[in-house]
Design a binder for this molecule. Structure first.
Ligand SMILES: C[S@@+](CC[C@H](N)C(=O)[O-])C[C@H]1O[C@@H](n2cnc3c(N)ncnc32)[C@H](O)[C@@H]1O
Length: 204
């Protein structure tokens, strides 16, 4: 699994400032997260800390952010220096993580779409389950596995999406546009709804 976010961290950070991120994505994520006040939160695949910071600002008692990309964590820590929220950030891999503790809420915005097959998805889910307190909550934003359109242009909203196929593991390419209309690409992986249901039925 490549960590190409090291090369596109600044462009990705810009894409988080677009209106649909703020008014649709963030709104939806916080709605499903429920009441965060006083809770411990683990933000897996936290990127440059967009949601990580908001969890703290919304009253979480403690927030830990983890991402595979060193550059994304560098941006998150720079923001922490400018405006300290006392968030802890680490470089880490959601496929191989053992923090030795549990959280009230685990959030993973666009992590599961980096699993390239059912086995990796199962590993991520086991690791999430291992870090969640009994009765804790897991929230995620992910690609829609039921999307049947090979190409979607949301150019006026700042991105395009091309799906290379509909078999498990097929690439889904996103192009994220900057204001000067240059773009960067990132690659996710398609896993079917059936695959996701099979994983959710597996015992630990
Ligand atoms: C689309 S970005 C989302 C960032 C952030 N959650 C957000 O919504 O702004 C996907 C992030 O997943 C991270 N990532 C991909 N695979 C990962 C893994 N196995 N463990 C931890 N982070 C991972 C990437 O480095 C990248 O920062």
């Amino acid at each position: 699994m490549s960590s190409d976010y090291n090369k596109i961290a600044d462009e990705y950070k810009y894409s988080k400032s677009l209106p649909w991120r703020k008014y649709l994505e963030a709104h939806t994520l916080y709605k499903i997260a429920g009441d965060i006040y006083g809770k411990s939160v683990l933000d897996l695949a936290c990127g440059e800390g967009f949601y990580t910071r908001l969890y703290k600002l919304k009253g979480a008692s403690e927030v830990v952010g983890i991402d595979l990309s060193e550059q994304m964590i560098t941006l998150a820590m720079e923001a922490e220096k400018v405006d300290p929220l006392y968030i802890t950030y680490f470089v880490g891999n959601a496929l191989d993580l053992d923090l030795g503790r549990q959280f009230d809420l685990i959030s993973a915005s666009y992590l599961l779409n980096y699993a390239e097959n059912e086995s990796q998805l199962q590993t991520m889910c086991n690791i999430i389950s291992q870090h969640l307190k009994p009765g804790g909550r897991f929230v995620t934003i992910n690609n829609n596995p039921e999307c049947k359109h090979p190409e979607i242009s949301m150019r006026k909203y700042g991105f395009e999406r091309v799906q290379k196929g509909f078999d498990d593991g097929d690439e889904v390419i996103y192009k994220l546009y900057s204001p000067d209309q240059s773009y960067v690409e990132l690659t996710n992986y398609h896993l079917s709804g059936k695959c996701m249901k099979d994983v959710s039925r597996q015992p630990d």
